[in-house]
Design a protein around this ligand. Sequence first.
Ligand SMILES: [Zn+2]
Length: 466
Amino acid sequence: MPLPETRRSLFAADALLPAGWARNVLLEWDANGQLSAVTSDSSPGLNTPRAGGPVLPGMPNLHSHAFQRAFGGLTEFRGAAQDSFWSWRTLMYRFAAKISPAQVEAIATWLYVEMLEAGYTSVCEFHYLHHDADGNAYADDAELALALLRAARRSGIGITLLPVLYQTSGFGALPPSEGQRRFIRSTDSMLRLLERLHPLCKSQGARLGLAPHSLRAVPPDALGEALAGLDAIDATAPVHIHIAEQTGEVDACLAWSGQRPVAWLLDHAAVDARWCLVHATHMDPDEYRRAAASGAIAGLCPTTEANLGDGIFDFSSWRAAGGRWGIGSDSHACVNAAEELLMLEYGQRLATRQRNVGADAAHREVATALTLGAVQGGAQAAGRAIAGLAAGEQADFVVLDPSHVALQGLAAPEMLSSHVFASHRTSAVHGVWVAGQARVSATRHDLHDEGAAAFVAARSQLLAKD
Ligand SMILES: [Zn+2]
């Protein structure tokens, strides 16, 4: 039964619209959860519910590997003399080797609850665990993809599912390693999976795309065939790829092709606004200019990039070239939209020895400028109508708690600034709505306790000695 009319509207004394902060905003949405009108300087009807604090657009999380949440915090000790991304990956593979579908679902459900409680309203799931522990297809080849779709549905988060094509262990079509056996798919098998998932995603309001894992994992012919196959299923579907995250990857690509990864991709694939270049950390000035001009999103994952010691993206060069961008929590060392923005800004300050790098011509408050930029770019990467508080977009929004000590007595733009820069350790996210439905109330998701218990049980099983 559709919600009654009065339950499909909200009056906010302050709301962050795509052009900036507005006062006395009436949000109205239809029975499908799509905003039908967003009216500033309005007055609420007698029965119109009122938001308890400033209303922000819901944040899209553009890059997630859900199962990795289960070993957050467990790789923070020194192994090799010089630890790097590659030693982290060894531990990640050990974990990936034994995880079951039920464990994936429990971990993802809790992760999505955490995301919602932290202000994310949708997620792009870069899904590369396809097969059973021996590397054989499950009886239902879509088993693990379906587990992720169920986790999204139960938690209420919006999802763009990106099955990952993974075929080789390095440039030059090196055969996959034993640790990669659960990831590997032929191009045909991937296209069959996409055909199966396409109607299922549609029926739950999810979007389906494709993620060629990286240039080191997908040879050029397979990349071309997979993209052509995707176009036949949905010619506007999102395409995400890990690229230029590590200097080791850049060196290997140069040795293989004579080109850097982003330059190679731009020369060999029709990169456009459907694409999300995840990380894109290591680009030269020409790559910054060309990649920005392609319309692709830079998929920045600041806390994971810091955790893995990847390097620092040149945000100023990217934006100067007109580049669009969004944020992802990737390995989920941190699941908090505000902290992702904080880390992005602080990385830039450390690298440039300047302050307030993320402010722009339209918005001098860094938190406001970064929130609006990440929502716009994240929506484009997700391929879903979630680009903020405007008619035609989904009613995804976050209500901040004006009684939080860090926010009390401040004007709305300062509340957002304090939320991003000064409210650590306790959340100022009070309510979260997805498609016009409240998923988090008074800082808690309905599944909080149950989801946490199932997550802890799954992690304990994974850590148990065989
Ligand atoms: Zn990733």
